[in-house]
Ligand binder design. Structure first.
Ligand code: ARG
Length: 590
């Protein structure tokens, strides 16, 4: 469906062409003086210069030509040459009706769908999920849903950090704790046990212990590095242990992501790139792209136009080990081979920008990707605590994701119990749904690259620019619809559209609603979920004023009441589709 502003612009293009003016000045925008008008076109000001006429003359000329147009209820030229307009109720109503009957609520799918790999989540196996990984999961999931909403073919890949030093650390720590395990007996030649030698709870303690030890014990750290290398080279005992670590840890991760309403099409990891690494590095050496530097193999990626230094990309360490960049490069080879994507989007902390610059440049230089494949790095800011420092537990440790979610759910639970009598069980179930919305909306409503302050109290509030407020609005609409159905019958049977004569708050609600396709498209083009949050906040506010100003259930004019109900239904659809893209849902009551 054509966007409302484009439709208005079209009207100006037509008359400007008739007058022999350049139609590039036809652009209509939402008014920045809502007290005077709803929309405006300032093109006459620019045209005046080119045509050496007074702007007001041109404005008058255009207004005269548009005066019979049914789209406008008012269109006036004002000094020095602005054109102010209001749109007619009947045009707006028909626009909303068209949205209502469209499967994608007026938002057009891409004519040529793209194939896109989104690399997000990025948890490190065997390390607890912490708040740093929360942003990647939340934003990546939203982009995946947004792209799908636009019709693209999207593959979401969790890209596990399963190949790094933490594996060697765990192996060496385990060797200290349980030296009798067969994995550490170099004379052992039998099959390795099918059962992991640790539980999840035990595994979760091993990594922190190992990491702490490596900071004070150089020898231990060296051993861990060697073990990592041996694992990467395929030592059977360590490969068997690694598989156990993976099984135990991935099961837990899946559970965690499920609670976040985040799901991945692929559960691949850095280790899956292994088969491509040797050939890739050798090839870069053979072709003279990589050269030796202090024992390591590096690719120069600095460009003349760089304003800051971009160091070479290290693709093989002096001991032969693969690095983060190596596995990212090899993963691109794999993704190109498997999916031939048009785009690969990476979600990672903005402090990883240098890494991605190096990887992308190396990939281009080595011909791993050509110009038809876009590599996009979407860096995100840090989630801070109220002290504006990276989020920590009270005792200064790394905040586990579960703890954070529990805190939010408890805050929401208290609010629910404050408002009304509710069974503990119901309130807990609702708190889980609302809590997730609080966390996700709190995150997504900020521009992705900015840091933000995680404030449990504010995020969990039922008022203001919060997830719970949006859900509260949806729940309110659902409850009115339910009441209507009880009193007057199934609202799905209403065949008439929204009202063609409307009250001011009703019109305002329709005007907000009509922005849906424009907002989704611009969020999509700019990878900007915060725009969707802004839209549903404005829409919720517009709905709540409408609700406040109009008696819906008590309305005596039954046709008018049907029009209200129809408007509620479209509003609900736009809100629900939006929150679905944002990755959360609304409860039936709250
Ligand atoms: N595992 C990484 C981390 O915890 C994030 C991975 C991002 N994706 C990538 N392909 N490098 O920082």
């Amino acid at each position: 469906m054509i966007k409302l502003l484009d439709k208005l612009t079209e009207q100006f293009e037509k008359v400007m062409a008739e007058c022999g003016y350049d139609t590039k000045f036809a652009k209509v925008t939402v008014s920045n003086r809502p007290d005077l008008c709803e929309y405006q076109c300032n093109g006459a000001m620019a045209l005046a210069k080119a045509h050496k006429k007074a702007p007001i003359m041109i404005a008058n000329e255009l207004v005269e030509k548009l005066s019979g147009n049914e789209i406008f209820s008012e269109i006036v030229a004002v000094n020095p040459g602005f054109i102010n307009m209001k749109i007619s109720d009947s045009f707006l109503a028909s626009y909303i009706d068209e949205m209502a009957s469209d499967d994608n609520t007026g938002c057009e799918k891409n004519v040529k769908p793209k194939t896109v790999v989104i690399d997000y989540g990025g948890p490190n196996v065997a390390k607890p999920l912490h708040v740093g990984h929360l942003r990647s999961a939340i934003i990546g999931e939203t982009l995946k849903r947004l792209y799908r909403f636009k019709g693209d073919n999207v593959i979401g890949d969790v890209h596990l950090g399963d190949w790094g030093l933490q594996m060697g650390l765990i192996i060496e720590q385990l060797k200290i704790e349980q030296p009798e395990l067969v994995y550490f007996d170099d004379t052992y030649t039998g099959e390795y046990p099918a059962e992991p030698p640790f539980t999840l709870a035990e595994l979760e303690k091993i990594y922190p212990a190992a990491s702490a030890r490596s900071k004070v014990d150089e020898e231990f750290k060296d051993k861990a590095q060697t073990a990592t290398l041996e694992l990467q080279k395929g030592k059977p005992a360590y490969t068997a242990l690694w598989k156990h670590i993976m099984t135990v840890s991935v099961a837990d991760l899946k559970n965690n992501y499920k609670n976040l309403n985040v799901d991945f099409d692929l559960w691949k990891g850095e280790s899956d790139a292994k088969p491509y690494i040797d050939a890739m590095v050798d090839d870069m050496i053979d072709r003279g792209l990589a050269h030796e530097s202090q024992g390591a193999m590096v690719v120069d990626v600095a460009e003349e136009t760089d304003s800051k230094e971009i160091p070479p990309c290290i693709i093989r360490k002096s001991d032969g080990a693969a690095l983060y960049a190596t596995s990212d490069l090899a993963t691109i080879i794999q993704r190109v081979q498997d999916f031939m994507p048009d785009e690969i989007i990476y979600l990672a902390d903005k402090r990883q920008e240098m890494h991605f610059t190096q990887v992308f440049r190396t990939a281009k230089k080595a011909g791993i990707v050509d110009d038809s494949i876009k590599l996009i790095y979407q860096g995100f800011g840090t989630m801070n605590g109220k002290d504006n420092k990276p989020f920590k537990t009270r005792d200064g440790g790394v905040m586990r994701l579960e703890t954070l979610l529990n805190d939010v759910n408890n805050a929401v639970y208290d609010k629910i119990m404050e408002n009304r009598e509710e069974s503990e069980e119901n309130a807990r179930a609702t708190a889980k749904i609302v809590g997730l919305a609080a966390v996700k909306y709190g995150d997504l409503s900020n521009q992705t690259s900015k840091d933000y302050i995680f404030d449990t109290e504010r995020f969990a509030s039922f008022e203001g620019n919060t997830g719970p407020y949006i859900l509260y609005t949806i729940v309110r609409i659902k409850s009115i619809l339910e009441k209507y159905a009880e009193a007057f019958g199934d609202y799905n049977q209403i065949t008439t559209g929204v009202n063609k004569k409307m009250t001011p708050s009703e019109k305002n609600l329709m005007m907000e609603l009509s922005k849906f396709n424009a907002v989704i498209d611009s969020a999509y083009e700019e990878l900007a979920p915060y725009k969707i949050c802004g839209y549903i906040y404005d829409l919720s506010n517009a709905f709540n004023s409408f609700y406040h100003d109009n008696k819906i259930m008590a309305e005596e004019d039954k046709d008018k009441q049907k029009g209200f109900i129809k408007l509620l239904m479209v509003t609900k659809t736009a809100l629900e589709k939006s929150i679905d893209i944002l990755g959360f849902t609304a409860p039936d009551r709250m």
